[in-house]
Design a protein around this ligand. Structure first.
Ligand code: ADP
Length: 491
């Protein structure tokens, strides 16, 4: 099959979170399984150009219709760790992708509406005719809308769209200007509850809703989150749209790229190790302590890696730090704050804990350091309020770092705690799960984990190995996506 992925991120060249990992990992797996895959991405000024090989101008004069006129773009082509990527660079005073950031601008809706239009225009003008266009999250929600309403009349009537929602919280909104800019134009037609009109604000268009209504298949990133989205309020107002789309909506668990995340080959860690010989893991713990100036003592090391955001349960992350220290454990946090208030809060904690030899808080995005933490820590906490899939627990499992997670979303599909769950066999147990959002719930799980580490080290090692036995690679999810593509292709 010929598949084009269109997204706002692709790791490691453009990565703000899990979306980037998924777009890269899935594309790689689809190629391994014998398909032709190309990616279309924005050409941001701040992306990691050092991860692109052979970047060259591939298409010089792409004129993208915009507000009845057109914006001149260049399209660059390069290889990101083996994947063919096309990067769209608009030349206009809007300066859409030269802002020193991926997201967080006042006109993000316009930036990504333009990107969606440009991606389709590029496919159209370069005569690419993929079997399936796979687009991701709100940034590309208008792609199936424009494909159906405009581009199918320009020779693109055979293209099918799979739309994957990684996070329902960010949906992308706009008014008539979006329609005028993209050429969709007929206001009363699109401001309709059956089409793009937001389910709660009649004066707003909702990009993600457009993606749901117009795509041939809609997925989210784990089966449990698909249920949550349908039956709870976690879809942030899109529950009814999902209900109407239930025949084409499903959950496919994300995978992790086990070429990149592998303790036997990882180039960012000083010692490689396997589940049969964990000595290297102890060496990595030592190296991590040395790097972060923690004391080298007989204590378990607990980590948190992720965005510092309400979604991630920041209050519980904060509590986990102090609870770990009280219970004789060390704590390392690698977190990127998404709001200035959360940033100031954790900066204050960092200063407060500065002289404590058992804790380190790193408030930045640091890919290299994250590998060392996954390899060197004993446990990783993921106390999310909601978690569509979650990658950190899966990476933790691969590196023998026992996850302590809240039982929501994809965490339910990946971490099994025998104490609470009779559906899994004892040998499938791989971590600790708690359910409530209060401190006590978190403490109960952390206490059991720290207790096992201190009192039953052999049992703890068994848990590590059972976790390392789990296969959360892209192999199976890749097959599931291919089955979905096949299904929509023949409809
Ligand atoms: P998200 O909700 O952010 O997508 P996921 O768990 O799905 O969360 O994916 C997070 C990905 O981003 C993982 O690969 C994790 O290692 C990485 N990550 C998150 N925050 C940081 C950080 N501050 N530094 C390095 N990597 C990070």
């Amino acid at each position: 099959m010929y598949i084009v992925q269109i997204a706002s991120e692709c790791a490691p060249v453009i990565k703000a979170g899990g979306l980037g990992d998924v777009v890269y990992g899935l594309s790689r797996e689809l190629e391994i399984q014998g398909n032709c895959v190309e990616l279309i991405l924005p050409k941001y000024d701040c992306m990691r150009y050092d991860h692109i090989w052979g970047l060259h101008e591939a298409y010089r004069d792409l004129w993208v219709p915009w507000y009845g006129a057109a914006i001149h773009c260049s399209v660059y082509c390069g290889w990101v760790h083996g994947r063919v990527c096309f990067f769209i660079e608009p030349h206009s005073e809007d300066n859409f992708f030269n802002r020193g950031c991926y997201y967080g601008c006042h006109d993000d809706n316009m930036r990504f509406a333009f990107f969606s239009k440009a991606a389709l225009e590029f496919i159209h003008q370069s005569n690419k005719r993929p079997d399936v266009i796979h687009c991701h999250d709100w940034q590309t929600g208008l792609i199936p809308v424009m494909l159906y309403e405009i581009y199918q009349y320009h020779g693109m009537s055979n293209q099918r769209v799979c739309y994957t929602i990684h996070n329902f919280k960010h949906q992308g909104f706009g008014g008539c200007e979006i329609l005028w800019a993209t050429g969709l134009s007929r206001e009363s037609y699109y401001f309709d509850p059956e089409r793009l009109q937001d389910n709660f604000n009649p004066f707003s268009l909702n990009f993600m809703k457009g993606g749901i209504v117009y795509s041939n298949a809609v997925t989210t990133v784990s089966p449990h989150h698909a249920d949550e989205a349908r039956y709870t309020s976690i879809a942030y107002g899109l529950g009814h749209s999902l209900y109407l789309a239930q025949d084409k909506f499903s959950g496919v668990l994300n995978g992790i790229d086990t070429d990149f995340w592998h303790p036997e080959t990882d180039r960012y860690i000083p010692e490689h190790y396997t589940k049969d010989d964990l000595a290297g893991k102890a060496e990595n713990k030592k190296a991590l302590r040395e790097r972060l100036l923690l004391q080298d003592v007989d204590k378990p090391l607990i980590a948190y890696i992720g965005r510092l955001d309400d979604q991630k349960g920041v209050h519980l992350v904060h509590h986990a730090i102090y609870y770990a220290l009280n219970k004789g454990a060390q704590f390392v946090l690698l977190g990127s704050p998404t709001e200035s208030a959360i940033g100031s809060w954790f900066s204050h904690e960092k200063r407060h804990l500065n002289d404590n030899p058992d804790v380190h808080l790193e408030l930045s995005f640091n890919e290299e350091l994250s590998h060392l933490i996954y390899a060197g820590a004993d446990m990783i906490v993921v106390p999310s309020n909601y978690e569509p899939c979650g990658l950190t627990q899966m990476i933790g499992l691969k590196y023998g770092t026992v996850p302590i997670v809240r039982g929501v979303g994809g965490l339910v599909n990946t971490v099994f705690d025998r104490d609470y769950d009779n559906y899994h066999l004892p040998e499938e147990r791989n971590g600790y799960v708690f359910y409530n959002t209060d401190n006590y719930a978190l403490e109960s799980a952390m206490e059991r984990a720290i207790g096992l580490w201190y009192d039953y080290p052999e049992e703890f090692e068994k848990l590590i190995i059972q976790g390392m036995n789990c296969d959360y690679s892209w192999k199976y999810p890749g097959k599931e996506y291919l089955a979905i593509y096949e299904h929509i292709r023949h409809k």
